[in-house]
Design a protein around this ligand. Structure first.
Ligand code: FAS
Ligand code: PHB
Length: 402
């Protein structure tokens, strides 16, 4: 067993782990990342596309924002289409000049990985049997294997950045954690294509055939989604079938402009709301998808992970640089305030924009719920205050103050 030592052991090299590692390193706080899969696999994952200003600010602080500013696109608004009628949510007007950045999570991950290797920071990819030990003591440690070698990593703190299926949340004994969950009665079939986006801003479309989203990655790369039943299989969807269905759900004048082409990625993601309380256990801190999941309707998953990272980073700086280890006790309470507000917005947007008529999972029958949600959407689209409420949450609520 080879012994290692660091200040912060980070489990997972997704955006949460990589961003935390980069921020800590810039403050001279030593950290080691342990990742289950290969670097290539991490770098190839296709996920989120919209960044809140708070996330952009953290990437700037981490020193990895150059390519984002060069290749990303600032969006000052987006559209909601309700049965073909289009409403623009003017982010600039309703939030006093705030905006969002359109830049893929895949790019962020690659930028963070490049920065980490430039600094020769230590990451153990393709690790197995990762076990978090003695998290409730002052001397936690992580054991893991890589290339047949067994390791023991001693540390002061463990950041559980290992996503929904990771080991960190499971380290908190079942009787000491509470899990809140809502599984939605539909999923998102997503396509990535090297075709020009159908519009220069995002369009969230509510249609009687189901929800659709027209997004993008660049002027030559588009990202589209359509709502599908949870039972749907991606192999049932040819590219042509996807394009035909998308056209039916987008507003007519938009659909006419749609440029189709071969999918370079096509997959179905289930939708769920999930929160684990508390988000800390002894010297283990859950970050990002390890602690919570949101339906992607509010473009919040990656951004909520980033706000957890920012909070833990600030508390660790207080701990090491101002000799205030007691600051670490406030992480879960501070994080959960923003987590639940963001969960609520994502749940609310999902309820308003998807087709629930076939939903048999809720107490309210699907048709009745559908009528409620049509009225909800019309109420908010018909008044400045309603559009402002959506805009303020879409650009991102303030990050926790430390
Ligand atoms: P991640 O899951 O990204 O990373 C966790 C890392 O931990 C992974 O690299 C994993 O390999 C590693 N790991 C797991 N178990 C481990 C173990 N035992 N030991 C070591 N390492 C381990 N969000 C949006 O905002 N918009 C979207 O459109 C959107 N689309 C999504 C589509 C899909 C299919 C999925 C799954 C998520 C999507 N999300 C979206 C949410 C997504 O972007 C997450 O919020 C984001 O990846 C969170 O980052 P992390 O917390 O780093 O978790
Ligand atoms: C995306 O571009 O992948 C995307 C954008 C906004 C969302 C969800 C996904 O709400």
């Amino acid at each position: 067993m080879q012994s290692l030592k660091t200040k912060v052991a980070i489990i997972g090299a997704g955006p949460s782990g990589l961003l935390l590692g980069q921020l800590l390193a810039k403050q001279g706080i030593d950290n080691i990342i342990i990742e289950r899969v290969s670097a290539d696999y991490v770098a190839s994952r296709i996920r989120a596309g919209i960044l809140e200003q708070g996330t952009v600010d953290l990437l700037e602080e981490a020193g990895v924002s150059e390519r984002m500013h060069a290749e990303g696109h600032v969006h000052t608004g987006f559209e909601i289409a309700h049965f073909g009628k289009r409403y623009r949510i003017d982010l600039d007007k309703y939030t006093g000049g705030k905006s969002v950045m359109c830049y893929g999570q895949t790019e962020i991950t690659q930028d963070l990985m490049a920065a980490r290797s430039e600094k020769a920071l230590v990451t153990y990819y393709e690790s197995s049997n990762v076990v978090l030990n003695d998290a409730k003591t002052d001397n936690p440690f992580v054991t893991f294997e890589q290339d047949g070698q067994q390791y023991k990593l001693e540390c002061d703190y463990i950041a559980g950045c290992d996503g929904f299926h990771g080991v960190s949340r499971q380290t908190i004994p079942k009787e000491q954690r509470t899990e809140f969950e809502r599984v939605y009665p539909f999923g998102w079939l997503g396509v990535l294509s090297d075709t020009p986006p159908v519009h220069d801003e995002l369009i969230y479309a509510k249609h009687e055939r189901g929800f659709a989203l027209a997004s993008m990655r660049s002027p030559t790369r588009s990202r589209y989604y359509i709502q599908v039943p949870t039972t749907e299989k991606v192999e049932n969807w040819s590219d042509d079938a996807f394009w035909d269905e998308l056209k039916k759900r987008l507003p007519g004048e938009v659909a006419e402009r749609l440029v189709t082409g071969p999918s370079i990625e096509k997959s179905i993601a289930p939708l769920r709301s999930f929160v684990c309380e508390p988000m800390q256990y002894g010297r283990l801190y859950l970050v990002g998808d390890a602690a919570h999941i949101v339906p992607p309707t509010g473009a919040k998953g990656l951004n909520l992970a980033a706000s957890d990272v920012g909070l833990l980073y600030k508390l660790l700086c207080k701990c090491y640089q101002q000799n205030q280890p007691q600051a670490m006790q406030s992480y879960s309470e501070l994080a959960l305030k923003r987590v639940w507000q963001t969960e609520r917005f994502s749940w609310w947007m999902s309820n308003m924009l998807h087709d629930y008529r076939d939903d048999k999972t809720s107490a309210t029958d699907g048709l009745t719920f559908e009528r409620f949600m049509n009225a909800e959407l019309e109420f908010y689209m018909s008044r400045d205050d309603g559009l402002r409420i959506i805009a303020e949450q879409y650009v991102g609520l303030p990050h926790p103050l430390v």
